[in-house]
Design a protein around this ligand. Structure first.
Ligand code: NOJ
Length: 538
């Protein structure tokens, strides 16, 4: 084991609380449910968990619309339960990261209510971005900025001023030029650190700065706006790094505390800025998540990450799925180049090859878990769950569905409650129903169905996490090997060889003892869409 900080090569399990385990039987996952399942997370072999927002919220955007950053929504539990959960997790050897949502509050936050009740130009309004509209009556938005969820990024207050919301209309953007906003978040950080949180996943870190001139973008991007480029009026602006440096000094008062950036930026050069000494410890590498399943693309993406992070003395943070993207079993089962988010609505279902997607997903997990750096696993990926692609339109909860003008179904399909048991009400998620329906047949992929079963995806994740701890964390060295164009292969410093076959034909493996593979070898050869870990013969 290495003596480097715990987070540099940590495996972190993402708990989407609403859909993890329901302790009180109301159909919504909660802290009680999570507490009862902590041993499951520990036994997987991860180092930490990250809990999506659990704060008081009307849940217009799954809790990313916060009313009180220092208290828990009653549907999830109480503050005492949250603190007890953190203590219990830490006693099991698990660090706990909480979600920090600094770009916007809920429109029901006391600050925003106060802002609406106060006149234009007043101090309460200065905590947000209020502007007068354009046109003779001011009834045209101040500029052409678009909400990430679709539609205009401005809505009108009753007195005629407009307020900015880069996400839903119920998520007004905070003004990070306001000293009060800065002070408030410094205190929120300390509030959770004092309650033994190990750190923060920082939501929309790349969005905190806004060009004070509020210039037009000059073009309307379709649905999802672009995330960077230099001098973008709201994404990835240079001034935001001061905020992160300030936060880092607070975290440094708490040994082992970590922050991870959710920063959708255009290049690794830009992402590396967040990882400079004195800023974030980790930043999700979404380039890897989005890379098509193809040897040269994957290899280039890994190379970019290693050199990008390495240039600032950091390591990449790998991720294949989370609560915002189509689960990778489904992505890898669709033809390259097809936008899985668009396909969800009315795409041709015959294009989806779930067997292929599952196989590739297992191979991708073994690839990711063998790379130097930290990894984040999204609940259910260890069960091999696919996106639920047939949720009825009338029950969709994600604001993306409405705001996109019903062009995108949104993210509910990756947020369906986890199957714990083969049968029973809501498959062991709770004692009654679940807030989103689970598909027929999901019991066959439940924890109960896979536990202790040879060849199961759950078993594969457990073994991989175990071997990763045992063999791969001693250093951060990766050395590429050449096994032809259809494969990527590398040696980890510890003498573990990792081979991924992206081609159609089986390939020969280097000499050594097979430690792990996602599929049986065929006459000693590694078949298509498979990864093997081999102990090198010396
Ligand atoms: C990113 C979060 O992961 C996502 O779920 C949320 O909708 C947006 N940020 C807005 O907070």
């Amino acid at each position: 084991m290495s003596s480097s900080p715990w987070w540099r090569q940590a495996a972190v399990y993402q708990v989407y609380l609403r859909s993890f385990a329901d302790g009180n039987g109301d159909g919504t996952g909660d802290i009680a449910g999570l507490r009862s399942r902590l041993p499951y997370i520990r036994d997987l072999g991860v180092d930490a968990l990250w809990v999506n927002p659990w704060y008081v919220s009307p849940l217009h955007d799954g809790g990313y619309d916060v009313v009180d950053y220092r208290n828990i929504d009653p549907r999830f539990g109480t503050l005492d339960e949250a603190v007890a959960m953190i203590d219990e997790a830490r006693n099991l050897g698990l660090e706990v990261m909480v979600d920090l949502v600094p770009n916007h509050t809920s429109s029901e936050h006391p600050w925003f209510r106060e802002a609406l009740a106060s006149p234009p130009g007043s101090n309460p309004r200065s905590r947000y971005h209020f502007r007068t509209g354009r046109g003779p009556d001011g009834d045209t938005p101040p500029n052409d900025w678009r909400s990430v969820f679709g539609g205009e990024a401005w809505s009108r207050a009753p007195d005629g001023e407009w307020y900015l919301h880069l996400f839903d209309v119920t998520q007004p953007d905070l003004n990070w030029e306001s000293p009060e906003v800065r002070a408030e978040f410094r205190q929120i950080l300390r509030f959770w650190l004092e309650r033994r949180a190990s750190g923060f996943r920082v939501d929309v870190a790349h969005g905190l700065g806004k060009d004070p001139m509020f210039p037009d973008l000059g073009h309307i991007d379709e649905l999802l706006t672009s995330h960077g480029g230099v001098n973008h009026p709201y994404w990835d602006r240079p001034e935001i790094h001061d905020i992160f440096r300030e936060w880092r000094t607070i975290l440094d008062d708490y040994p082992g505390a970590v922050m991870v950036a959710e920063a959708w930026v255009d290049t690794w050069e830009r992402l590396a800025l967040y990882l400079r000494p004195g800023e974030f410890h980790q930043a999700f590498d979404f380039d890897f998540l989005m890379a098509p399943w193809e040897a040269s693309h994957m290899k280039e993406s890994i190379d970019r990450a290693l050199s990008g992070a390495g240039a600032v003395g950091s390591v990449p943070t790998w991720v294949l799925s989370n609560h915002d993207v189509v689960r990778h079993v489904t992505r890898y089962g669709l033809p390259d180049g097809l936008d899985a988010r668009e396909w969800l609505l009315d795409g041709d279902r015959s294009l989806l090859d779930l067997e292929l997607g599952s196989r590739r997903a297992r191979a991708a997990a073994l690839l990711m878990l063998a790379l130097p750096g930290s990894v984040y696993l999204y609940q259910g990926e260890e069960l091999g769950l696919a996106e639920v692609d047939d949720l009825p339109l009338e029950i969709l909860d994600d604001p993306v569905w409405k705001r996109s003008g019903q062009k995108l179904k949104g993210r509910d399909g990756c947020r369906v409650p986890i199957p714990w048991t083969i049968g029973g009400q809501s498959l062991g998620f709770g004692v009654d129903g679940s807030w989103l329906p689970q598909p027929a047949g999901w019991g066959g992929q439940s924890v109960e169905a896979q536990d202790g079963v040879d060849g199961s995806t759950l078993g594969l994740y457990r073994s991989a996490l175990h071997h990763r701890r045992e063999h791969l964390l001693g250093d951060e060295i990766l050395e590429w090997l050449d096994l032809g164009e259809e494969a990527i292969a590398f040696r980890r410093g510890s003498g573990i060889l990792v081979v991924v076959n992206f081609g159609n034909d089986p390939i020969d493996l280097p000499a050594g003892e097979l430690l792990l593979a996602n599929a049986e070898l065929v006459e000693g050869r590694l078949s298509s869409d498979s990864t093997a870990w081999i102990v090198e013969r010396t």
